[in-house]
Design a protein around this ligand. Structure first.
Ligand SMILES: Cc1ncc(COP(=O)(O)O)c(C=O)c1O
Length: 355
């Protein structure tokens, strides 16, 4: 019988949020997708790429994804050689682990955060220093000067929605010596501030972005990395040559360039987030102030968060419940359309009224 490396045998697989089959009648508020469609320019760009019966698909895509990186460079004001493309930011995270972390080497991140960091650490047989957030999700002081090769901070963090200031992250990066700070900004477009400028300024800061949330393209699998030209060049050694297909490259470029579309949808999501936040507080849930497109809210006992999750699921409303330490008293709810949010609140009220 074949055996895997011991760390692979021992690890648990990453479990993504539930993805119901296409056409299922559910209100899906469990994986922080955008409730609004992508820019119409995206479908037009894909159709153009498929011209002549898809003849262009015979040829490999551009390994450098130049059209996409050029659009990113222009939209974010970054030199193009400091931008790298990924098959979702998940692939960029995997590249970072492969390139920077060998067996037994140390990484660090706060807890609770994006679970994939733990999975990638196990896959790499890395040693993970994990420091608990306090109840308000302030950045743990233990991260500063922790000596890890790679420190990961999601900002806004998931599942809390909390943002960490550039001042704090600059201080963290400075405390790491040769260590690298990865700021995972998957949800940055929903926040009041971001730390993209740090990646331009500091050689040991890497910023990640995704198209899955603010650009409504979770189904395309597109991410971007911003770092020094040296880091981008080095990561190229571990990147699959053709990690983005032809359709993703043109779709991503079109989405990026439609800045007004993204801004409008982001504004709508932020507006609904504030309404949802107030309504959850009125229902006596303990709401963590969010700068993202989801809200983490703790429930007073009884009734329990697990019960609320099941009650909503039975009514066709999917939210995220984490049966884990520091999280099992709460619910993470993605911000949907106004109608979806109304349905969620009505069902939650019904659950709470049962006592
Ligand atoms: C903090 C964080 N980083 C990265 C990702 C993954 O993004 P992508 O869809 O680009 O792989 C997610 C997805 O939920 C996330 O929450």
């Amino acid at each position: 019988m074949p055996t895997f490396r011991p760390n692979i045998e021992a690890m648990q697989p990453y479990v993504p949020g539930e993805q119901p089959p296409a056409g299922a009648k559910v209100i899906k508020l469990n994986t922080n997708e955008n409730p609004y469609p992508p820019s119409p320019n995206v479908a037009a760009a894909i159709q153009a790429e498929l011209a002549n019966g898809g003849d262009r698909l015979r040829l490999y895509p551009d390994p450098k994804a130049t059209a996409l990186r050029q659009a990113a460079a222009e939209v974010y004001g970054f030199p193009v050689e400091q931008v790298l493309h990924g098959n979702g930011s998940d692939e960029l995270l995997a590249m970072l682990f492969r390139a920077f972390v060998g067996e037994g080497q140390t990484i660090a991140y706060p807890y609770p955060t994006y679970v994939l960091y733990e999975t990638l650490a196990h896959a790499q047989a890395a040693r993970a220093l994990v420091f608990d957030f306090d109840r308000d999700f302030n950045l743990p002081r233990e991260l500063f000067g922790c000596g890890a090769r790679l420190v990961l901070v999601a900002s806004p963090n998931s599942p809390s929605g909390t943002v960490y200031s550039s001042r704090q992250l600059r201080e963290l990066a400075a405390s790491l010596g040769d260590g690298v700070l990865v700021v995972d900004e998957a949800y940055a477009e929903f926040a009041d501030s971001n730390s993209l400028a740090l990646a331009r300024e500091l050689g040991n800061v890497i910023v990640l972005r995704t198209f899955s949330k603010s650009h409504s393209l979770a189904g395309m699998r597109l991410g971007l990395l911003f770092a020094s030209a040296r880091v981008v060049e080095g990561l190229g050694k571990v990147k699959d040559s053709y990690n983005l297909d032809r359709l993703s490259i043109v779709a991503g470029a079109a989405a990026l360039r439609d800045v007004a579309w993204t801004a409008q949808n982001t504004r709508r999501v932020r507006g609904t987030r504030e309404r949802l936040s107030r309504a959850l507080a009125e229902l006596k849930l303990d709401v963590v102030p969010s700068q993202s497109n989801f809200i983490f809210a703790r429930m007073k006992d009884p009734p329990t968060a697990a019960g609320a999750y099941r009650f909503l699921k039975d009514r066709g409303i999917l939210i995220r419940y984490f049966p884990a330490r520091l999280l099992d008293d709460g619910l993470r709810i993605s911000v949907g359309t106004d109608a979806e949010t109304d349905a969620l609140l009505a069902a939650l009220k019904e659950y709470l009224a049962r006592g």
